[in-house]
Design a protein around this ligand. Structure first.
Ligand SMILES: Cc1ncc(COP(=O)(O)O)c(C=O)c1O
Length: 426
């Protein structure tokens, strides 16, 4: 088999890592020489149940044999059961489910719903956001991929990400996020043509660098949106299905969005996403001729997987587990910060933790090359610990499956410690 560097696969996001992966099970992936590597990115931040979960395998076998794919005009029992299970898990107001395949698609649908419902077209997004690669989602994505392919959709306005560690509104540790927030909205109001439709945000920005919203932020955001007749869209691609210690990250804040999008973790590694909203918004969109017809919308096989993921996350109390193990993981990371000056900041919630690498703690100078060297060394030593935004910042995103064991966390942290020792000198 050809090695990643020699393959004929188009490089869709930088170079591929060296080992070619041949197998995955539980918290491990295995290269073609049989070497085990701890997967602390849950694949592409998705495999919350670990790899090859036997109940998911059984569902896939059964559905592949008996009911795989249908014309979009048909409903089937797995799709109805999936929508029931998901809406039961969610608060009232999130009562209608549009099943889709990818995160970008789910956000594209959410934005189209908001535009249809409000009659506006302007969208507000954070300046470190990631919502996907399709044109509407990409126009609202600011943490990468904006250059080199012509104009983005008009009407997307940015709000400053409340990044406590780096915000200019943080003066000597005293972070006035409300001042930053008000300033951001003044800018939006000046730029708007008066046709605002939606605010779309991640409750914890992941690709943007594991940035949590301050307490009270989400409620303030909802209020700003509603005062202007806009809908609040929350993108829980990475934070949904228990990862942060709650089933959904918005539950910490007690703020139910008008539209919720789920992907990645919803299919636990399979391509499944959903756009969920209220019965009233669904009815209004339907009355206005809303169309979002895709080949795999409402496919029974991924829907059956989604229903099983919901069942397992609730039955095995995986959110609680993520909260407990996330606390344990954070203790280990804080201890590493004490020993390695190259760690500038540790942040995150549950089993979604971020570690920011800097060359100088005082000036907080980003050190992406050091971060990449540490990440490569981790891989050599047997753990996949991934850097987000490698070209401009060295921020590790640490997100193992929610089924990870304490021993596996200890092993990954021992590897991280060694790699920091080997490559983290400034
Ligand atoms: C928060 C968030 N939303 C949306 C997406 C896009 O999902 P997909 O790549 O499945 O289209 C991503 C992907 O990284 C994401 O992190």
């Amino acid at each position: 088999m050809s090695k990643p560097s020699a393959s004929k696969v188009f490089r869709f996001g930088g170079d591929f890592a060296e080992p070619c992966i041949s197998r995955a099970k539980g918290s491990y992936i295995y290269d073609d020489g049989g070497r085990a590597i701890l997967d602390f990115t849950s694949g592409q931040m998705s495999s919350v149940l670990g790899h090859g979960h036997p109940e998911i395998v059984a569902v896939i076998h059964d559905m592949a044999a008996n009911l795989d794919h249908l014309h979009g005009g048909f409903l089937s029992d797995p799709v109805i059961a999936f929508a029931d299970a998901l809406t039961e898990m969610l608060p009232a107001g999130l009562d209608r489910v549009l099943p889709l395949s990818t995160g970008g698609e789910s956000n594209e649908a959410a934005l189209r719903m908001a535009k249809t419902y409000t009659g506006g077209f302007e969208v507000v997004a954070f300046d470190r956001s990631w919502h996907g690669m399709t044109s509407g989602a990409a126009a609202a994505t600011y943490s990468g991929g904006r250059r080199g392919h012509g104009p983005t959709l008009p009407g997307v306005l940015t709000l400053p990400t409340p990044h406590a560690y780096r915000s200019p509104f943080n003066r000597d540790g005293d972070y006035d996020w409300r001042a930053e927030f008000e300033f951001g909205w003044q800018m939006i109001d000046r730029q708007s043509t008066g046709q605002l439709a939606a605010v779309i945000v991640e409750p914890i920005l992941s690709s943007g660098g594991i940035i949590e919203l301050p307490d009270g932020y989400l409620a303030a955001l909802r209020d700003k949106a509603h005062e202007r007749g806009m809908l609040l869209i929350l993108d829980e691609a990475q934070t949904g299905m228990g990862r942060t210690g709650d089933n959904f990250a918005f539950q910490r804040d007690g703020v139910t969005p008008d539209i919720l999008t789920l992907s990645k973790t919803l299919g636990a590694g399979l391509p499944l996403s959903a756009t969920i909203t209220s019965a009233a918004i669904e009815q209004d969109c339907h009355d206005k001729g809303f169309l979002f017809y895709t080949t795999h919308a409402a496919d029974p096989l991924p829907a059956a997987v989604g229903a099983k993921v919901v069942e397992i996350v609730l039955r095995d109390r995986l959110a609680e587990r993520a909260g407990e193990l996330g606390g344990y993981l954070k203790e280990q990371l804080n201890a590493l910060q004490q020993r390695h000056p190259v760690i500038g900041d540790v942040r995150g919630r549950g089993l979604l933790q971020g570690v920011e690498i800097v060359s100088d703690r005082g000036s907080k100078t980003p050190a992406p090359e050091i971060g990449m060297a540490i990440s490569r060394r981790c891989l050599e030593l047997g753990a996949c610990l991934n850097i987000s935004r490698p070209s401009s910042a060295g921020i590790f995103r640490i997100a193992p499956p929610l089924t990870v064991s304490r021993d596996e966390i200890d092993s990954a942290m021992a590897i991280f410690d060694s790699a920091l020792g080997d490559c983290g000198k400034v």
